[in-house]
Design a protein around this ligand. Structure first.
Ligand SMILES: [Zn+2]
Length: 434
């Protein structure tokens, strides 16, 4: 099944594209879709998006519950080192274990003896607790140990946890004061906020991914070509805006969403037709085996073949039959809910820009690679961006939207000539791009 391959949507499609460029196609044993054909590829993309959304929905539901528990002071994420989970009277509790008692010593070594992290790591190792240097720093910085809860879902809020504390807040703060003086610390790089298109945007001249730099005196960020001889560079802000415009052009107008939904479902079924032929074939094979089994029985009854041979053939055919039966079942499962799938895609398509803007660096990069698996190219001379590779489903939506009488000129921000994409004789040619 494709969900065994990946449920990460964007990433899955990206990996698939990378493999495809090497001539490798993904084939799901249980969903007989041929990834080397354009319609198979389209279907795989849809499946991958669906699986990704399925995951997102589950995650969201789960996140709401997690947040609510965190607010009540209940830690429900992974338990940190030094704690054990125990259940008392049906209630799960976190208690300090032996490792925790040793870690507590490390906090005090730092405060009372001013040991550095490395020395703490060595001492702990002597006492039988192995912790890496990096892990040690993470432990010293984790407010969990002084009873507080800090979590991404709490959006910067600190909540008093309901559990045994390892150390007091005073000790925790002292340790962190010392840590901050000694260490260079990990900081979230402002890079991530200012140059989300890093590597994704390629230099049109050399094809290399652009990197970023900052002019500190002005606090201005730039993208530049990694090729030293090439002088392509560009302030990050306008290029980011250019990409936002691409997303806007690419987005589905909410007014068209219900119509698009219908079109997408129809398209999906049309493309499944090919698979229906496979399905027919499977069913025919199944019946053929049934006929074979009947013939075998007749031959055995009329003593044309021995019992031994009869049983041997029956077993072989039964095995085959079970296999086909399983394929048939999976096949029907695999294409069971194109409506849900189309629904998710159309809602996603409406919010591309918003989703991109609200994401962090990693999410942004994922979405970018999802929509444009080979990145986009920036041409300094024309100041335009273009791309050779599109996510087939979203391009299909963008083109269909053009057909609906909007954005007639195609996707102007991408310098995409609509006329060049669509063959006036029919839609077939359009799919060559997928
Ligand atoms: Zn260059």
């Amino acid at each position: 099944m494709l969900d065994r391959f990946s449920r990460s949507g964007a990433n899955a499609i990206y990996i698939k594209e990378q493999l495809k460029s090497q001539g490798i196609y993904i084939q799901s044993v249980k969903q007989p879709i041929d990834g080397s054909t354009s319609s198979g590829d389209f279907q795989q993309n849809i499946h991958m998006i669906f699986l990704h959304y399925d995951n997102q929905l589950r995650k969201e539901r789960c996140m709401a519950g997690t947040r609510e528990a965190l607010m009540r002071g209940v830690w429900c994420a992974h338990k940190p080192i030094g704690y054990d989970k125990i259940v008392i009277n049906g209630e799960t509790k976190l208690v300090v274990n032996n490792d925790g008692k040793l870690l507590k010593k490390a906090f005090y070594w730092k405060v009372n003896e001013n040991l550095n992290s490395e020395q703490c790591v060595a001492r702990l190792a002597n006492l039988g607790l192995k912790v890496s240097h990096q892990k040690m720093s993470t432990i010293f910085r984790n407010p969990f140990y002084c009873g507080l809860i800090s979590h991404n879902l709490l959006e910067g809020k600190m909540v008093e946890g309901k559990r045994e504390k390892l150390i007091s807040k005073e000790v925790f703060l002292k340790v962190n004061e010392i840590q901050n003086k000694n260490s260079f610390g990990y900081k979230q790089t402002p890079e991530q906020i200012n140059i989300p298109l890093k590597v994704f945007v390629k230099c049109d001249k050399c094809g290399l991914g652009l990197t970023g730099y900052v002019v500190k005196s002005k606090n201005l960020w730039y993208y530049k070509c990694r090729n030293k001889g090439c002088c392509v560079n560009k302030a990050s802000e306008p290029l980011n805006v250019l990409f936002e415009n691409v997303l806007t052009d690419y987005s589905l107008d909410p007014e068209n969403s219900s119509l698009m939904l219908e079109l997408l479902i129809t398209e999906f079924y049309a493309r499944t037709k090919e698979n229906e032929e496979n399905l027919k074939l499977l069913k025919e094979n199944y019946q053929e085996i049934n006929r074979k089994l009947e013939r075998l029985e007749q031959r055995f009854m009329s003593e044309e073949i021995t019992k031994e041979l009869y049983l041997k053939f029956v077993e072989k055919n039964k095995e085959e039959q079970v296999k086909i039966h399983r394929d048939l079942q999976q096949f029907e499962l695999g294409t069971s809910n194109p409506e849900d799938c189309a629904q998710l895609i159309t809602s996603y398509a409406q919010d591309l820009r918003k989703i991109w803007l609200s994401g962090d660096y990693v999410q942004k990069q994922k979405l970018q690679n999802y929509l444009f698996p080979k990145g986009i190219r920036y041409c300094k001379n024309s100041g335009l961006v273009r791309t050779e590779d599109y996510n087939s489903v979203f391009l299909w939506i963008a083109l269909k939207q053009g057909d609906l009488g909007q954005k007639k000129c195609g996707i102007p921000s991408l310098n995409l000539d609509y006329a060049a994409l669509v063959d006036p004789t029919g839609i077939e040619l359009t799919f060559c791009f997928f």
